[in-house]
Write a protein that binds this ligand. Structure first.
Ligand SMILES: C[S@@+](CC[C@H](N)C(=O)[O-])C[C@H]1O[C@@H](n2cnc3c(N)ncnc32)[C@H](O)[C@@H]1O
Length: 235
């Protein structure tokens, strides 16, 4: 039986400290995501590869994966992060890695206009997002992906395997939207999954001025008496 993970979510900058323990489940998850990010870049035709990281934090799964990659200068797209310190961290990392063609924006990833003037993403990363939003938001977020992806684009998302029923629900949303699962890997203690989906459907036009999710909506159902500063809803 996999134990729930309680994490401090009062400060999203401090939250990233858990990555310093290279044996933590979070660090293992990041490495699995990074592996998939490299796999996408390796298999895309030699032209710019557009990557969108939704709630991208400090950019671990993106710059951590590609900072030494020979094609890092060809990466375009956008990392969207609300915490200003995390966004600054990610922007500095992008610069150091020679990846300035990818925009790091300190903005609200839940608003559709944040993805305006971007073009179609070859790869979208949602790491540590679905566990923090409720089913309605999960459904809306998955269908929104068709507005920023092309046919054949890849989505890499992380699941919280302490609650496998949630993974099944999110997967059903992907299926309803013509995505097909192409890979799934677990962290060593089975806490997190890393899921790779390929878009088999036709892309949809981006509709502006919409709220796609409310980060933290999954906690609204929390029973009374629990701390508001810790979370076991999915890293
Ligand atoms: C669980 S962390 C995941 C960070 C990163 N993707 C990772 O896996 O390391 C969630 C991140 O989402 C960011 N965040 C929360 N609400 C957001 C929003 N509305 N728009 C953009 N980022 C948001 C937080 O600041 C935090 O860095």
């Amino acid at each position: 039986m996999v134990k729930p993970v309680a994490m401090d979510i009062s400060d999203w900058n401090k939250w990233h400290q858990e990555y310093e323990d290279s044996n933590s489940e979070l660090a293992h998850r990041a490495r699995l995501v990074q592996k998939q990010v490299v796999a996408v870049v390796d298999t895309r035709a030699p032209s710019p590869v557009s990557i969108v990281s939704i709630c991208g934090g400090q950019g671990r799964e993106l710059f951590g994966a590609l900072e030494d990659h020979p094609r890092r200068g060809e990466i375009t797209g956008r990392l969207v992060e609300l915490d200003p310190d995390n966004a600054a961290h990610a922007r500095e990392w992008a610069h150091r890695a020679g990846m300035d063609a990818l925009q790091v924006v300190n903005a609200d990833a839940s608003l559709s206009e944040t993805y305006d003037n971007l073009g179609r993403a070859d790869l979208v990363i949602l790491s540590g997002v679905f566990g923090h939003i409720d089913e309605k938001d999960q459904k809306r977020t998955v269908s929104f992906l068709r507005e920023i992806c092309d046919t054949d684009s890849t989505v890499v998302w992380t699941s919280y395997e302490v609650r496998p029923e949630r993974t099944a629900f999110i997967e059903s949303c992907f299926n309803e939207n013509d995505f097909e699962r192409v890979a799934f890997e677990l962290t060593p203690n089975d806490t997190f999954g890393v899921v790779v989906e390929r878009n088999q459907g036709i892309p949809l036009p981006l509709r502006l001025n919409r709220k796609i999710f409310s980060f933290g909506s999954s906690r609204k159902r929390r029973e009374p008496g629990r701390s508001t500063n810790t979370d076991d809803s999915g890293g």
